[in-house]
Design a binder for this molecule. Structure first.
Ligand code: X8Z
Ligand code: ZN
Length: 635
């Protein structure tokens, strides 16, 4: 396998309570509330003169209500965000308790505010007010029950799950300081770099040994979250999550399925070829030619992205290397320079440089002597351009790309921070996740060479295929994973997946969608979903699936704006002010308009569509179908 140290560390980060936010750990609801909150008794609608049983409220009262909510959210979410930053960069019991206290306040307030907002249903208020009333109703990912005791229990359970993940260790921890006691980063390192089947298996199983204690907590967490969802008018938490897309929850489910069907044939081809290559490497007794791929052999602890098996599959070894990890090291890039270079891409499009405070306050390097949440995240701590990233950067290609991803979040924040709080989100959460990735699609070998990071590049069609395979292993391989995480959670929240079937249902989805199998027998004594950060942290995941699709729509639209001619995979928008202008206009909208309006503004269409992704990967598609001739694909 390639990169000796690879995938971004995924230690615990904080989940956002705003369904529309990106991966920013802004106000959290999974962080909990240990104390009952007096503010839960405040009645925002009454404060603006709406009495229960009074005449129908007016448009003016509705406007006054959202103004009041905006001020309160600014206060509560900023306090929460500050506490969360402190804890994420220095995890201690005291800092965690401060987060919990701040979370409790916003959780209680927002529950009440959502109920109050319903009093304005049907009021002919101005569009901005109506939009904020709508967004308020979907502005939490973890609704708390009305009952203060249950709210407290939910808050404590959510906090506990999150910290169990963040502090998880595996191996021999008789002495927690000894090398035999391992963390997630160690498991990731082994999975991404080892070629030894048994060593890979030990790391895969070892990491999953952290999760079984989460199972009863997760069950209770789902029960209490559902009670909270019902208290604000939803059937369950899953329905609340699916309500954040300017369409009905059922329509959203159908949209996800439609997009998946568009890309499934391409995934099946990639799977088929990867399986054959891994069969050559590990033997068909381990990787059967017509079966599923063992989950520990694809170079990623969760089998979610597979670029680390590129070296096992490199189509044309005579072509120059496209991995800049060596280049970054040779050119003496440090963490700061990697971020500066990524910022330079955004600035080349006409965006403002990041504020000085970004450079003063961000965390780029894992510090010695204190625990931090290493999972990469991007912040606007005060919702007023206090931009930061928190990331334990490794000097490699993968993290160079992840830095672009994070800065995508920061540049969204930078362009909408003057808007009301409820508009300070992506058009939908997939948009937020897709911005940095869109720019990273323009980080082409030619661009990297111009940055002094690749010595030699080639325009040979063979070199194109190499690059396409590397991209496909990241972008295409992820798709079924991106889809199934929330299919599992939607099932859990709706009750379709029963607690006694949590693990079996998880593997059924992994098998069905990814064609990936557990390498050893699993049972209900395991809780494998808990070993993936976003489950204990309660971060919705459909957003990443959408982002993989949307980023190619954005890329194509921006390439058109940049006047690019030729195949989509040859485009780089670097330094195109026209592309920048278009992107900036969309970012500045935040969530102020339904997402189809934002998509139309940038791409001229109101529909999410995998067409541009398929177009980008046309050369790979052709290569894969040649390679797969004579093979039986599927599982
Ligand atoms: O969580 C992330 C980002 C932060 S928003 C690093 N991602 C997902 C994951 O790691 O599972 C990016 C890709 C998918
Ligand atoms: Zn993100």
């Amino acid at each position: 396998m390639r990169r000796p140290s690879s995938s971004p560390l995924v230690l615990a980060a904080l989940a956002s309570s705003l369904t529309l936010l990106g991966c920013s750990p802004k106000p959290t609801d999974s962080k909990a509330a240990a104390k009952a909150d007096t503010k839960s008794d405040s009645k925002p609608a009454e404060e603006v003169g709406v009495e229960a049983g009074a005449d129908a409220p007016t448009a003016e009262q509705a406007k006054a209500f959202v103004t009041e909510v905006d001020a309160k959210l600014r206060e509560l979410w900023t306090a929460e965000s500050k506490a969360a930053w402190t804890n994420a960069t220095d995890i201690t019991d005291e800092h965690a308790a401060a987060v919990a206290a701040a979370s409790e306040q916003s959780m209680a307030y927002i529950g009440q505010a959502i109920k109050d907002a319903r009093k304005f249903d049907g009021v002919a208020a101005d569009p901005e007010t109506l939009r904020q009333l709508h967004l308020l109703k979907v502005a939490t990912t973890l609704p708390a029950p009305n009952d203060p005791a249950k709210r407290k229990e939910l808050a404590e359970t959510a906090t506990k799950l999150d910290s169990m993940y963040g502090s998880a260790k595996w191996g021999d921890c008789t002495d927690p300081e000894a090398d035999s006691c391992k963390d997630m980063g160690d498991a990731m390192e082994i999975i991404s770099s080892s070629d030894d089947y048994d060593e890979l298996l030990a790391a895969w199983e070892g990491w999953r040994s952290i999760a079984p204690p989460m199972r009863p907590l997760y069950q209770r967490f789902a029960e209490l979250g559902n009670e909270g969802a019902r208290d604000i008018g939803y059937k369950d938490v899953g329905e609340l999550w699916r309500s954040g897309y300017d369409m009905s929850p059922a329509q959203f489910e159908a949209e996800m399925e439609r997009l998946w069907q568009q890309v499934k044939p391409l995934y099946t081809q990639l799977h088929c070829h990867a399986r054959a290559k891994l069969g050559e490497k590990y033997g068909v007794d381990k990787v059967p030619a017509d079966g599923m791929i063992p989950a520990h052999l694809v170079g990623n602890l969760w089998a979610q992205e597979w670029p680390n098996i590129y070296d096992d599959m490199v189509p044309y070894a005579d072509q120059p290397s496209i991995d800049v990890t060596e280049g970054l090291k040779n050119a003496k890039f440090d963490e700061h320079k990697m971020v500066k270079t990524a910022e330079g891409f955004f600035v080349s499009l006409g965006m403002d440089p990041l504020p000085d405070t970004f450079w003063e306050r961000s965390l780029f390097v894992q510090p010695e002597g204190r625990d931090v949440q290493c999972h990469a995240s991007a912040w606007d701590v005060d919702y007023n351009n206090d931009l930061r990233i928190k990331m334990c950067i490794k000097i490699d290609m993968e993290d160079f790309v992840t830095i672009h991803h994070e800065l995508g979040h920061n540049y969204y924040y930078q362009n909408y921070y003057t808007k009301p709080m409820l508009f300070q989100s992506g058009a939908n959460d997939g948009f937020h996740e897709g911005i940095g990735d869109t720019l990273a699609l323009s980080v082409t070998p030619a661009y990297l060479q111009s940055m002094g990071l690749l010595d030699e590049i080639s325009e040979d069609p063979k070199a194109v295929i190499n690059k396409q395979l590397a991209d496909g292993l990241e972008k295409i391989a992820f798709l079924p994973f991106g889809l199934l995480i929330d299919r599992w959670r939607w099932g859990v929240f709706s009750g379709e997946i029963k607690p006694e079937d949590y693990n079996a249902a998880w593997w059924k989805l992994r098998n069905e969608y990814q064609g990936v199998a557990a390498p050893v027998e699993r049972s209900e004594a395991d809780f494998d979903p808990g070993a993936k950060y976003h489950i204990p942290a309660n971060t919705p995941y459909a957003r990443y699936f959408l982002a993989r699709i949307l980023q190619f729509q954005f890329h194509k639209a921006l390439c058109d704006a940049a006047g690019h001619e030729g195949p989509l995979h040859t485009c780089s928008i670097y330094a195109s002010k026209e592309a920048g202008k278009k992107l900036k206009a969309m970012l500045a909208m935040g969530a102020s308009q339904p997402w189809p309006d934002a998509l139309e503004a940038i791409a001229g269409t109101r529909k999410m569509d995998a067409g541009p992704m398929l177009e980008y990967f046309e050369p790979l598609q052709e290569y894969l179908s040649q390679q797969n001739q004579g093979r039986t694909c599927g599982w």
